[in-house]
Design a protein around this ligand. Sequence first.
Ligand code: URA
Length: 227
Amino acid sequence: MSAQLLPVFPANNSAAVPVIELTQTDRLRALHTQMRDRRACQSTFTFYADQVIRLLLEQAYGLLPFQDHQVTTPVGATYQGKRLATPLFAVSVMRAGESMEFELQRINRDIPIGKILIQRHQQTKQPHLYYSKLPANIAQGYVMLFEPMLATGGSALCALDVLLAEGVPAEQILLLNLLSSPAGIARVNQQQPKVQIITSSIEQGLTGQAYMLPGIGDFGDRYFGTG
Ligand code: URA
């Protein structure tokens, strides 16, 4: 599926990396319709969310560097192929980000996956890092960061700080979301302009409780059946 390159926020920031929003085809909108329907049960929700996640992953793979790699086929011919030119890692922002690991592991069987746990601090109400465990040598490759809902951008920025502190170059981080708010995109883009955001929908905005509009509800609860 092709994608749209959208103007970034602020539009006059020429150094900023564009946000990629998947092309809003009828097929993609049909997947969203199933997922967003408040009546969808857990299995329906995960069935359609996984398909959207697969599209996001394929889009992200399209941004990775590949190198020539030839193999000999069973009939003795040479196939001039390709393979990834760089190590690839994934990191999930727990818990919702873990939903994106299942499709990833169907594409890539041997990918190291790190975890980051961020929650709102009870007193400060700011995103607080509670735990992280990252793959060894993560700074030497590309990293897909899984944060399905880019709402205010607070936890995404906190997770990005963890990766940057570990030495991952910002331009080698791909931040994958199912839904993004314009405010969340603007905030991430302003603070980390080299990080590439890939989303399946830029939403209209946020509610007073920082839920996306028109939105999907609580993604983690709906995916893992804890609502
Ligand atoms: N997190 C969610 O699960 N949903 C939203 O709409 C925003 C943040």
